[in-house]
Design a protein around this ligand. Structure first.
Ligand code: NAD
Length: 516
């Protein structure tokens, strides 16, 4: 094992010890208010920086899902015995558990996910933001009174499902964990959450720190393991009455099918192939800076990555040349380096997929403007999953690289001639997660935004995302919404209650008016 790998192993061991997760078999699950080791097959984590072994832990499997589901069932009843205001206070109070641990949590994520430390610090900040926002909703989930045409008082309450199952990916483990935990419990549910097997620990630590600071035990359970074992046991468990999945369309289909077999509804937050449209009248400096951040942040491992840059033909060469220059300026380095803005890809499968897709694009006629190789200036020992920011031109809409999510630092640029052509190119995809329009013509910007088939659209901006605003996709990007009131409502069911107010009850036989 080289010195970089050894350093990461030592650092991870210390961090796990600091959070109480260290043991002969790491304590990779948080169930019923306690840390538990998995008992199934060994899962080995690989260091994304070096490609060498980082740590092994054990798959949780069906038995631990069973324990987690039972604990959640109990925890949810205890949670709902509290007043709504008290639940809000407890959610706020739970955040005190994070205090003093933010830096260690960011480091834990950085080592395991291979993400730049500055990104991980920002991600920890998101946990706080999600909980603060949804804590405020606890006592504001008013129902409605419906003016029914009978003598009844009819009111609607928003009641929790009970126990929800959540499954998250490796690219933003802390963000997606808090993103779904906070609305679920604010709505009155308990949770069993399975993070990606590639980034198991940060969610366990978050659950432990939060739950120990004011939440009933069993309210949040984190169970780690493979999708085909632990994940499948979760989706199939009879206690789970709603599924919320964040991940790829391929797995999303399986989760929705598993839910449908039991008539359990799902929310799917899936991948994207988002179009970033630059008109010739845009402020080109800003558009180039925006396009660069849209694709290369998080090494392109972002669901909303602006992976298709559509440029009006008259400025195509100018924009792509500037963009290639900007891409070459990005600091690609070790995740632990404060200056790094891009680290490695998270895992070998992703690295191989990105490499293969670039090669296939070039074989089909695409031209590399920059990148498509190992970045320069990395330490010799960093033989992991690094790919330099890549810009491809001479791409046609029928190519795989123009249609499939790459999930890496690869931008394709295509030219359009007019507004209709831009819209047609932008919507020529099965995905529909996000998109952006760069133009100084206000009317045109709004006109085009309105015709994009995408859940989120930015005008002269990119990646502005807030827990307050609904987020989700069309088509292969999934269905249902997260964040905001829409995200909260995904965790409740409207219950209609009819109260007879006439002196004597009159029950209609069939579709009677029911007027007393
Ligand atoms: P993935 O689909 O491979 O895995 C996601 C999760 O699903 C993991 O926890 C995995 O173990 C689990 N899983 C896989 N098969 C399962 C099964 N049969 N039953 C139950 N669970 C199963 O996705 P990934 O590679 O971890 O993440 C990358 C994908 O996530 C990209 O497509 C990205 O765009 C998407 N993503 C979407 C959003 C969003 O909000 N729309 C956010 C982040 C990532």
């Amino acid at each position: 094992m080289n010195a970089l790998s050894q350093h990461a192993c030592d650092q991870l061991a210390k961090l796990l010890e600091n959070f109480g997760l260290a043991a002969e078999t790491p304590l990779s699950n948080w169930i019923d208010g306690g840390l538990v080791a998995g008992e199934g097959e060994v899962i080995t984590l690989i260091n994304p920086v070096t490609g060498e072994t980082l740590l092994s832990y054990r798959d949780a499997g069906a038995a631990l899902i069973e324990r987690a589901a039972q604990a959640a069932w109990q925890g949810q009843h205890e949670w709902m015995e509290l007043t709504a205001s008290e639940r809000g206070r407890r959610m706020h109070a739970a955040l005190r558990g994070l205090e003093g641990h933010e830096e260690a949590l960011a480091q834990l994520e950085s080592v395991v996910a291979g993400k730049p430390i500055r990104d991980c610090r920002a991600e920890v900040g998101k946990v706080r933001e999600m909980f603060e926002y949804y804590a405020g909703w606890c006592d504001k989930q008013h129902g409605e009174v419906i003016p029914v045409p009978t003598s009844h008082l009819n009111y609607v309450r928003h009641v929790p499902y009970g126990v929800v199952g959540q499954i998250t990916p490796w690219n933003a483990p802390m963000f997606t964990c808090a993103w779904q935990l906070a609305p679920a419990i604010a709505a009155g549910n308990a949770v069993v959450l399975k993070p990606s097997e590639l980034t198991p620990f940060s969610s366990v630590v978050i659950a432990k720190l939060l739950e120990n600071s004011g939440l009933p035990k069993g309210l949040i359970n984190i169970v780690n393991g493979l999708g085909k074992t632990t994940g499948a046991a979760l989706t199939d468990h009879p206690v789970i009455s709603k599924l919320v999945f964040v991940g790829s369309p391929q797995s999303g289909r399986m989760i929705a099918e598993a839910g449908a077999r039991r008539l359990v509804p799902s929310v799917l937050e899936l991948g994207g192939k988002s179009a970033n449209i630059v008109f010739a009248d845009a402020k080109l400096d800003e558009a180039v800076a925006g396009a660069q951040a849209a694709i290369f942040a998080a090494a392109g491992q972002s669901c909303v990555a602006g992976s298709r840059l559509l440029i009006e033909r008259s400025v195509f060469d100018d924009v792509t040349t500037r963009l290639a220059r900007a891409a070459e300026q990005i600091e690609v380095g070790l995740p632990s380096d404060e200056a790094s803005r891009m680290g490695p890809l998270q895992n070998r499968r992703q690295f191989e997929q990105v490499t293969r897709m670039i090669e296939a694009a070039v074989a089909a006629g695409a031209r590399v403007l920059t990148g498509a190789k190992r970045p320069v200036g990395l330490p010799e020992e960093a033989q992991g999953y690094f790919i330099a920011p890549t810009v491809l031109v001479d791409v046609t809409p029928d190519m795989e690289i123009a249609q499939q999510e790459v999930f890496g630092p690869v931008l394709i640029a295509m030219a359009f001639d007019d507004e209709a052509g831009a819209i047609q190119l932008a919507n020529d995809t099965r995905f529909g997660l996000a998109g952006a329009v760069w133009s100084q013509d206000v009317a045109r910007a709004h006109r085009v935004a309105g015709r994009l088939r995408a859940g989120t659209v930015w005008i002269n901006s990119y990646k502005a995302i807030s827990v307050m605003s609904p987020f989700g996709g069309f088509g292969d990007s999934g269905f249902g919404r997260s964040s905001g009131l829409d995200g909260l409502r995904e965790y409740t069911v409207p219950q209609s209650v009819w109260v007879e107010t006439a002196p004597e009850a009159s029950v209609a036989f069939g579709y009677g008016s029911g007027v007393g």
